[in-house]
Every structure is written in C-alpha cells, then in structure tokens.
Design a protein around this ligand. Structure first.
Ligand code: U2F
Length: 447
C-alpha cells in the first residue's frame, strides 16, 4: 500500500515593521482554520510575536534566524528596515529549512509573504512552489506601485513634477480616476524617488505580477473595478482582516470602554494616528485647541512622549470630557455606540476597522498611502471628510461640527452603514469577498 501524501505546508513571511505583522498573522489564522489539515509556519522576528494572539495546532511561529540584525539601537526605522531587507533573502532561505525541520521534515509547498517581502518569490521559484503576496496597505495604492514607471514618464519626477501637476487627476490609469498627483505616496514621482525604500517598492511593483495571487483586504466597494488589477495574475479581494479573523479578548488596560459607556450614542470623537505617523508639533497643538474649543468629548490615543507638545493646561481643562491613553483597544472602541467620528491618519488597517464598525472619518493623512485613502473616503465613498490643509483650531472645529451636528455628517453616517453592510454581505457564504477567500484557501491547499 502507498503511504498518504505529506500534508501541505504553507510558509508565511512577515515584514516585521509598522502594522505589517498583525494583518499577515490574521490571514494566517483564517487560513489555518479553513485548512485544518495543512501546516502553517508563520515567520517573523521574535519581538513581533509578543503582541500576537495565541494560536496552537497547525499554526506555528518560527523566528527569523539572528532575530533583528543589530543596526545600532539608536538607528532610525529606515536604517533598520534597510539592514533587514539586505539580509532578507538569506534569512528567508534559512527559515524555509527551519520550518521544514520543525514540521517533521514536511517540505514547504506554498510561500505566502507580505508584498514588501517580495524577495520570497525567488525562494518559492527555486522550490517550484507558488508565491502568494498579501498587500495590506490601501487597495488602490498597489496601482501606484505597479504603474510607477508610467506615472514617472507621464509627469516627470521629483518636486518640480509635483509642483507642476499637483492637482491633475491620475485618470489615465484605470482605477485611479478619483486620485490627484498630490495624493500619490512619496517615492512614486516625488518625495525621494531614489531612496533605498522607494527602489524597493518600485521593484515590488515589478515583481507582484509574478505572484500566483495577490491578496487585498478591502471593502466590497473596491471590488467592482476588478479589471484595473489587469497586470496581476489573480487579484483576490477579501474582506477586512478584523472581520475575517476577529481577536478576543482584547485588553483595555486604560479603561477606554467603561469610560465610553457614560457617553450618549455617536457623541465622542476617537482620535488616533496609528503607529508610525506623527503630526507636526504645530498641528498637534492646533488639533488639541480645536478639540477643546469644539466641546466634543474625545478619547485620544497618544503616546506619553508626544504629550509635551500639547498646549499648557490642556489635560486639566478638558479632564471632564477628554481622555488621553497611550494605546486604545481600537477595534472595540470603534464598535462602541458612543463613538461618532474617528479623527484618523487613514492607515489602511484603521480605515477598514472604522468603516467596518460603521464609523465616519475625519481624515488627516500624513504620508504614504494615507492621502489616497482620505481621498477615497471623501470622493469615492462619501464616508469621510478629507482635511486637506494644515490643521488650524478654527478649521478643526468647523470640520468636527459638520460631522457631529451638520447635514453632511448625517449623510456620511447613512452612507457608511451601506458601505459596511455591503462588505459584511459580500463576506457571507456565496458573497464575492467570501468566494475570493475560498479561492485562496484552495490555492494554499495545492488544489
Ligand atoms: C502603516 O500604518 P499604521 O501602522 O500607522 O496604521 P494602521 O494601518 O492604521 O494600523 C494601526 C493598527 O494599530 C491599532 C489599530 C490598527 O490595527 O487598531 N491601534 C490600536 O489598537 N490602538 C491604538 O491606540 C492605535 C492603533 C502606514 F503608515 C499606513 O500608511 C498603511 O496604510 C498601513 C498599512 O500598511 O501601515
């Protein structure tokens, strides 16, 4: 009698910076429970494992050998990213061997990586197994990477190009008609086209069409324009990862949820700017003044070391209706009925969490894909207001007021419910996002 075939073994490679590990791990959890017969090896640097939810069974954590290369403790994040990426091909090769040994000799049959870890494609190719990429930034921003060279030849590069074309639409690229040159991420045509990281992202754009599939966590609203992903073999738009693999329980050390309990429905502004973006100090102070002047209750996730930039006496004066925390359990906070608006930098994870909780956004993008997200929320979906200028206290009060009390805000709230419902429906069995996820499951199962 012949022995049964070995199980499928999926190796997942995280990009261990910013909010990149959590989305890939959420995808790994969803896949591991959909394909219980397969083995999943999740590979990242050891320090990134700590905040992840516990898993067991067919999902294992494997650290990159040597952990994080020491780029000196005082090195900036770009230096550390550069060091890590330079060593990545070797680390990926070594990790494939560790994963195999750890799985009792079962060879890796499929490679999934964060799109930023596109070098994993070479390893997959050597092993003759499929490579699947997860693009966890804004769905449409992948087009700016795939079309970087088209955008450069159309507009030119560097600050002159930006100055000359800032308000022009990107309508010659299918899918980007609502976007303007000024909404582009840095490194595409302006903001350092030759930095190591821009070069890395341009090469990612060239490599992604070689992926067996590219997974894009997104809202149903972005699914209709599927043809725009023409250069990709198999774009698989799946739902927001926070809906696909919810995590519970989430700790609330600073008591945000009980604090919210004492406020009326849709009355509180939740303020948070993610993990890597910072408002310039002058704007931070204006935002604080604006929150104070608006009279709106607020919950603000702001690290302690940034609070010295707040106006004198701000904390005392707003104590009765404002709460500052170093970290909020954002997903349950957004789902709390008291939250009426999310003042956000528009990181894609935060945006998906907001819209999937039915919360409208006051968008203050800072860099990367965030301006495109803000533009999409205002122009394409009508569920947010894009704060396009420098923040002033008066401007902020007007914007918050319009959302909390104005007719615009009422319309936005109606629309966000629809956008949310369509996404939730599309994730139900038979729905388009759910079908795409099933295609992915079959792919990693080797079928
Ligand atoms: C980069 O974005 P960030 O890491 O700054 O922000 P998000 O994508 O919005 O993700 C932040 C996550 O951290 C969580 C929140 C999100 O899942 O729920 N969080 C929290 O739980 N509590 C807090 O107090 C604050 C945050 C980049 F800058 C963006 O441009 C990209 O779009 C993004 C995705 O690639 O990565």
């Amino acid at each position: 009698s012949s022995s049964p075939p070995p199980p499928q073994h999926v190796a997942l490679f995280a990009f261990p910076f910013g909010t990149h590990v959590a989305p890939l791990h959420a995808l790994a959890r969803a896949l591991a429970s959909a394909a219980p017969e397969a083995i999943f090896s999740f590979i990242s640097t050891p320090e990134t494992f700590t905040p992840l939810p516990q898993t067991s069974g067919n999902l294992r954590l494997i650290p990159f050998e040597g952990g994080m290369l020491d780029a000196g403790s005082s090195a900036g994040v770009l230096d550390r990213i550069g060091k890590f990426l330079a060593a990545a091909p070797e680390k990926i090769g070594a990790a494939v061997k560790t994963a195999k040994a750890n799985a009792g000799g079962v060879p890796v049959s499929c490679v999934v990586s964060d799109a930023f870890m596109w070098m994993a494609e070479s390893t997959a190719e050597e092993m003759r197994v499929p490579w699947i990429a997860l693009f966890s930034a804004f769905t449409l921003s992948i087009l700016t990477h795939i079309h970087t060279d088209d955008l450069r030849s159309h507009f030119g590069i560097e600050e002159e190009a930006m100055a000359a074309h800032a308000d022009e639409p990107l309508d010659f690229i299918p899918g980007l008609a609502a976007m303007r040159v000024r909404d582009l991420p840095e490194g595409i045509i302006h903001g350092g086209t030759n930095t190591n990281f821009s070069v890395h992202l341009r090469r990612m754009g060239q490599r992604l069409p070689r992926a067996a599939a590219v997974v894009l966590p997104t809202l149903a609203a972005f699914e209709q324009d599927l043809f725009v992903y023409g250069k990709l073999n198999l774009p698989l738009l799946i739902g927001p990862l926070n809906l696909l693999s919810p995590t519970t329980p989430i700790s609330d050390k600073e008591h945000c949820l009980p604090w919210l309990d004492s406020y009326a429905s849709s009355s509180v502004a939740y303020v948070a700017f993610g993990t890597v973006a910072f408002l310039p100090p002058a704007e931070l102070a204006e935002l604080a003044h604006g929150l104070e002047d608006s009279g709106v209750p607020f919950l603000w996730s702001i690290k302690k070391d940034l609070r010295s930039g707040l106006p004198d006496g701000f904390e005392e004066r707003t104590r009765l209706r404002g709460k500052l925390v170093s970290w909020a359990p954002q997903v349950p906070v957004l789902s709390h009925p008291a939250v009426g608006v999310f003042v956000s930098h528009c990181g894609w994870n935060s945006t998906l969490e907001s819209i999937s909780a039915g919360v409208v956004m006051l968008c203050k993008p800072i860099f990367a894909d965030q301006r495109m997200v803000a533009r999409a929320m205002e122009e394409m979906l009508g569920v947010g207001r894009y704060f396009d200028d420098v923040i002033t206290r008066e401007g902020f009060v007007t914007a918050v007021d319009g959302i909390m009390r104005g007719i615009d805000g009422k319309r936005m709230r109606e629309r966000v419910k629809k956008v949310r419902e369509k996404t939730v429906e599309a994730m139900l069995p038979g729905g388009r996002l759910s079908e795409n996820f099933n295609v992915l499951v079959e792919l990693v199962r080797g079928r």
